[in-house]
Design a protein around this ligand. Sequence first.
Ligand code: SAH
Ligand code: SF4
Ligand code: F3S
Length: 479
Amino acid sequence: MKDSTIPPHQNTPLEENRQGEVLEMTQQAEVYGNNGKKFYIESYGCQMNFSDSEIVASILNQEGFAITKDYMEADLILLNTCSIREKAEDRIRKRLKELNVVKKQNSDTIVGILGCMAERLKTKLLEQEKLVDVVCGPDAYRDLPKLVGEAETGQKAVNVLLSREETYANINPVRLDNAGVTAFISIMRGCDNMCSFCVVPFTRGRERSRNAFSIVAEAQDLLDRGYKEVTLLGQNVDSYKWTNPETQEVVNFAHLLEMTALVSPQLRVRFSTSHPKDITNEVLHTMAKHENICNYIHLPVQSGNSRILDLMNRTYDRDWYKERVEAIRRIIPDCAISTDVIAGFCSETEEEHQETLSMMEYVKYEMAYMFFYSERPGTLAARKYEDDIPLETKKRRLREIIDLQMQHSLERNQADIGKTFKVLVEKVSKKSPDDYCGRNDQNKMIIFPKGESQVGQYITVKVNECTSATLKGEIVEYL
Ligand code: SAH
Ligand code: SF4
Ligand code: F3S
């Protein structure tokens, strides 16, 4: 292995703990390339990007590229990028500069940028900043081998065309998480909601739903290969809608959930993300009906104030959101709810910020991803509203939100002490090699001494202690 002058990833700050984070990749060791070339891929941003990297890996494998975990030996280095906040893009620029060191050592190495930043900046990174050889947007991954071929002959290769149809339905993703217990399944792409702060509709294009049978077949295939949990992914899963071309029958998200749950009682089903305007009682009843659909809903609120929600173009108000939370509590009494919050959106007053805090008090979220507003070029908010909240104010409001959430997470976790939960054993705990960790139905991570348990097995754990982030317990039953 050649020496590396590239520093390891730095930890991300608390407010950047989901989108914008490097999703850790324990790459599959399988090396089934036959063209003598190796590629390395890093994923940033949301779970959908991580899932896309698995599609990219499959497309490149088909063309004979092998996967490597070591970018120093790669012929092709790919970054699957995120544009959601300015900081997310800054990190990628920094990373690209670091990776240019590899190019200096081996001028044949091709560096490619994929995902949302590729889509947003198009040829800019290639022409003005001269940081990459290949630019490939989220709907153009089938074209990637051709683009790499062009780059190898010294041409600059770009495809950022968005599609109305592409769902990669027939591509069997190469699973990059080698634990083999949990997997993501993309059920749709793009987003048709025009939340005024959000860049996703511009980087991912129009919303389209994937063939329901291909989704169920993927879940079945995963089960056959020993997987025990699938997470159905979309920016707004509740607007999933697929029409069977043969029968004209319409499959909505509630139907799809049920179809996936029926694959096997042994296969847990999760999903993300739900939009408060679209989550239906039908979905909630389907969750309540099937034991293997996990009782956990990520329901981003963004703000607790109706005027700000209107400016954000979220198309619901405070009362609507509260009613949806009540419906969840009524239909699925033990359902955990988490959220996303944006502090300091354009023109937000102190009173309006207080309403976000009071909404948090009302729901007492199990967990939250919290950000301060970052203006994104081209979005509705950037065009219509002034980004007028001073950075210090944004940061102070965010801090108040984070502090309150820490308190709520702790309270919620403390309420679990003494209870027992069914847990899927996922992996060795980062903190201790003698412990495993896994999540309960409510998506809470629980750490426990390994005992006789094995990764991929269901067990029952009794919770004995907690912090605001995790629960600790002991195995009481092997299932
Ligand atoms: N589709 C999901 C969210 C996807 S983006 C939904 O509608 O809920 C993930 C989160 O990033 C958002 O929920 C929002 O809280 C945050 N986010 C998006 N754009 C942002 C911006 N410009 N500044 C700060 N946070 C932003
Ligand atoms: Fe962005 Fe809104 Fe679509 Fe979510 S629903 S991806 S926040 S536009
Ligand atoms: Fe980021 Fe694109 Fe996901 S902007 S959050 S990677 S859809």
